[in-house]
Design a protein around this ligand. Sequence first.
Ligand code: SF4
Length: 121
Amino acid sequence: MKKEFICISCPMGCPLTVWEENGEVLVSGNTCPRGKAYGIQEFTCPQRVVTSSVPVRGGEQSMCSVKTDKPVAKTEIAKVLAAIYGASVKAPVKVGDIVIPNVDGNGANVVATRRVLDRKK
Ligand code: SF4
């Protein structure tokens, strides 16, 4: 069965058609090799970066935005979000601080994307 995707690897947004033939995944519509790789990935194991936020203990702000530092399989997103919803961090927080290591079991970490200073006493 053929599937249609828009390549999001660059702003060109090439329309891709991806299908399997004789055990091989084929891609058409791509303008460059990155589009082929994206189409194969999206067809065989779609992945997404997960973004959310976690509560901050003792910070100037009560919440800190977070994201996975690499895409995780779509099948793992519910598990990743459950882990994020159960997490919190203690101020101070720097951008890039690891909030949850190896959240998907495949090496993706949840990292802070916002700096949160200590609450002034
Ligand atoms: S196929 Fe290549 S040129 Fe087209 S959107 Fe993807 S990365 Fe950009």
